[in-house]
Design a protein around this ligand. Sequence first.
Ligand SMILES: NC(=O)c1ccc[n+]([C@@H]2O[C@H](COP(=O)([O-])OP(=O)(O)OC[C@H]3O[C@@H](n4cnc5c(N)ncnc54)[C@H](O)[C@@H]3O)[C@@H](O)[C@H]2O)c1
Ligand SMILES: [Zn+2]
Length: 361
Amino acid sequence: MSSNKISAKINLKDNAYEVIVSKGILNDCGNYISNLEIGNRCAIISDSNVAPLYASKVSESLANKNIKSELIVVDAGESSKSLESVEKICRKMIKTGHDRHVFVIALGGGVIGDLAGLVASVFYRGVPFIQIPTTIVSQVDSAVGGKTGVNTPEGKNLIGSFYHPKIVITDTLTLSSLPEREFNEGFAEVIKHAAIRDKSMFEDIMSVEGYENLDELILKNVETKARIVEQDEKELSGLRAHLNYGHTIGHAIETAGRYGKFLHGEAISLGLIAANKISSQKSNLSDSENEIIIKALKKFNLPTQLDNSVSTQSLIDIMKSDKKFKNGKIRFVILNKLGEAELSEDVSEDDISLAIEALRP
Ligand SMILES: NC(=O)c1ccc[n+]([C@@H]2O[C@H](COP(=O)([O-])OP(=O)(O)OC[C@H]3O[C@@H](n4cnc5c(N)ncnc54)[C@H](O)[C@@H]3O)[C@@H](O)[C@H]2O)c1
Ligand SMILES: [Zn+2]
């Protein structure tokens, strides 16, 4: 039996879909999927950590509704987010006899969601897609919003598409097997959502105890992201850019560590603190509001200081190579106050250097 089901509706111009959150819902996923009437054959794409834990639950629940599934497993980790994987998966599906009548299920974290979403968007020019996210990051962030993508040696997520799922089925019980570090890093995105849109969420964040009672908080985050994506689906008006709070400097720190030293959420934790500093200089973010964010980051053992192994200049160089600066200025998301973000055109290289220096122990 699953816990009480709660859900949110994502309303986009050409797409509307539901995100359902419930502990234990994996055992029932066949019901929800069968109700969509999108066919009786599917490919479940998962990774080498998640598939052994959860794939049989999904395929059994589908079989109960006479839906036949084939499991395709890729190696766990960011390196599977490549065009090579897209080709391998598509060819495997063709050899298995799949055609435009198949649908694709992503079972895993953000890596699998981004990869399987891209596969679904190009296989026979697009087949229906379902997200079953199994990490905090994917449940609160990547499963919602329709961005799919893979990496190339030139950079992350440079090849992809906008392609929305037909439904997102979120089982918070899957979080019980998530390693502690991966569990914690996901809260950087939760804290980011609270910082840019919903100050009241900090109370919920500070009362989190493990994965047990997370359904409401996860749904709140889905709704926060959904309301932004609904207003600026393709990142045209600048509103969706608010979701990048902490990410300009955070990404540079992640890249400088060559995707190894820091997990994404850990780098974003430092990026958030640096962005707070800039927000207090360019706008009205107060010390006490900054402290609320730092206290939340510390609760999840996220880093708040950057040692000297990464130089400030090397981080600026990374941001420059991303062509992020124009005439010495960069478009940068700042907070006017806790819960209220804004896009500023007035942040300079010096402002960023000082904010990075302030992270030093
Ligand atoms: N599309 C978007 O809008 C968007 C937003 C944010 C992040 N992303 C992307 O998401 C990716 C990061 O996602 P992630 O943090 O979920 O990483 P991930 O998918 O690599 O998962 C992290 C690790 O946890 C393992 N794992 C997943 N679920 C598990 C479970 N329930 N139990 C045990 N182990 C489990 C995975 O095998 C992996 O080793 C990045 O590639 C990033 O670019 C995309
Ligand atoms: Zn992020």
